[in-house]
Ligand binder design. Structure first.
Ligand SMILES: [Zn+2]
Length: 343
C-alpha cells in the first residue's frame, strides 16, 4: 500500500497546480419527479467493488479550491468549454422536472451536471475531486471533444436510493448494483456507496462516444475499466491494478485466455456475452501493459487515426508493440500479468 500512499500524496500536491480552474457553478436545487426509459452500459458490472479512486478521499485538501461558487454569466462559456452557462441553466431547468423534491444537490462540472443525495459538501467534493479530476486528465491524454450534449451524473448515496430513484426517474431497474452509463437518458447513474471506480470507468464512455465513435467494445471497455482504479503519475491519469487481476491470473494459469487477435476481433455482442469477465480483464491488462510501457496514449491516437484501415485495432497493436510474433508477446504478457499484485 505504500505505493498507493505515495501516489495519493503526489496527487494531492499536484492537483492544485493545474493552471486553469474552470468556473464552476454550484447550484443547490430541490425539485419534483419525472420519468424516462433507461438502458444500461453493460460494462459496469462489479467494477467498483475494489475501485474507489485513491485521491477521491483526501478530505484534508478538498476545500482549498472551492473559493468560487460564482454563477457563470449567461453569455460566457463555462470554463472555456463546449457549453455556455445559458446551456447549463436550460439543462438544469429541465432537470428540475425529474429530480426528487428533497435532499438533492446539483453541481455543474463541465461537461456534466452532477446530482446527488449525499451531503451537499460531499456532492461538491465528488464533482471536484473525482469528476473534474478525471475529465481534466482524460482530456489531456486522449479526448479533444466534449460529449455532444450535457450529461447528468446521478450519485445515489446507497443501494436503496439507487434502486428507488433509478426506477422512479428512468423507469427501469438497474441490472448492475454499481452504476452504468445510459446513452438514451444522457446519464451516468451510480450507487456511489460502492466507490468512485465505476464513476471514472463510466466517464470514459461518453468521451469515447464523441471522440472515437467507431471504437470497438474491447478497447472502449479496456480503457474504461483501466481507470476503475485510477491515480496520477507525472500529471497523467494512470490505472492501477484492481480486483479484475485475480480472475485473469486464474484464466492464464488454466490456459483460457484467447489470443489478442481474437480479443480485438470480438464484436460488441461477443465481447459482452461470451466469457465477459475474461474479456474485460484481458482488455484492461493489455491497456495496463501498454500504459506501463509508455505506449497506451500512442496506441489510442494511432488507432484513432487508422481505424478505417484497421477497425479492430489489432494491426495497430502489433505495430505499436513492435512485435512480429504475437504468440511470443502473449506469453510474455501472461508472465507479466502473473507477477502483478493487487492488495
Ligand atoms: Zn464500461
Amino acid at each position: 500500500m505504500s505505493l498507493l500512499k505515495t501516489l495519493r500524496q503526489r496527487t494531492a500536491r499536484s492537483r492544485w497546480s493545474f493552471g486553469i480552474v474552470a468556473v464552476v457553478a454550484l447550484v443547490i436545487i430541490a425539485l419534483a419527479v419525472g420519468g424516462r426509459a433507461g438502458d444500461g452500459d453493460r460494462g459496469s458490472a462489479r467494477s467498483a467493488s475494489a475501485a474507489s479512486r485513491p485521491n477521491g478521499q483526501d478530505a484534508a485538501n478538498s476545500d482549498r479550491r472551492t473559493t468560487g461558487t460564482n454563477e457563470p454569466s449567461p453569455s460566457q462559456p463555462v470554463g472555456a468549454e463546449t457549453f455556455t452557462a445559458a446551456d447549463y441553466a436550460r439543462h438544469i431547468a429541465t432537470l428540475k422536472k425529474k429530480t426528487p423534491a428533497e435532499g438533492f444537490t446539483v453541481v455543474v462540472e463541465p461537461p456534466f451536471v452532477v446530482i446527488g443525495d449525499e451531503s451537499p459538501e460531499m456532492v461538491r467534493r465528488r464533482a471536484r475531486d473525482t469528476v473534474k479530476w478525471a475529465v481534466d486528465l482524460l482530456k489531456k491524454s486522449y479526448f479533444k471533444k466534449d460529449p455532444d450534449k450535457i450529461l447528468d451524473i446521478w450519485l445515489f448515496k446507497d443501494r436503496e436510493s439507487y434502486e428507488k430513484h433509478t426506477q422512479a426517474i428512468f423507469g427501469a431497474k438497474p441490472d448492475t448494483p454499481y452504476g452504468y452509463f445510459s446513452h438514451a437518458d444522457g446519464a451516468l447513474v451510480m450507487n456511489i456507496a460502492t466507490g468512485g471506480g465505476t464513476l471514472v470507468h463510466e466517464i470514459v464512455h461518453p468521451f469515447v462516444a464523441s471522440n472515437f465513435p467507431a471504437c470497438p467494445s474491447w478497447f472502449n471497455e479496456g480503457l474504461g475499466s483501466l481507470y476503475e482504479q485510477a491515480s496520477e503519475r507525472n500529471g497523467r491519469i494512470i490505472g492501477l491494478t484492481n480486483w479484475r487481476l485475480a480472475g485473469l491470473q486464474e484464466a492464464i494459469r488454466r490456459g483460457r485466455v484467447p489470443s489478442f487477435k481474437s480479443l480485438c476481433s470480438t464484436t460488441t455482442r461477443q465481447f459482452y456475452d461470451e466469457d465477459r469477465g475474461t474479456n474485460y480483464a484481458q482488455a484492461r491488462y493489455l491497456c495496463y501493459y501498454l500504459q506501463e510501457h509508455g505506449l497506451l496514449e500512442r496506441f489510442y491516437h494511432r488507432f484513432h487515426r487508422r481505424h478505417k484501415v484497421d477497425p479492430t485495432g489489432y494491426e495497430t497493436l502489433v505495430e505499436v508493440l513492435g512485435r512480429e510474433d504475437m504468440d511470443a508477446f502473449k506469453k510474455e504478457w501472461e508472465e507479466y500479468v502473473l507477477k502483478l499484485r493487487f492488495e
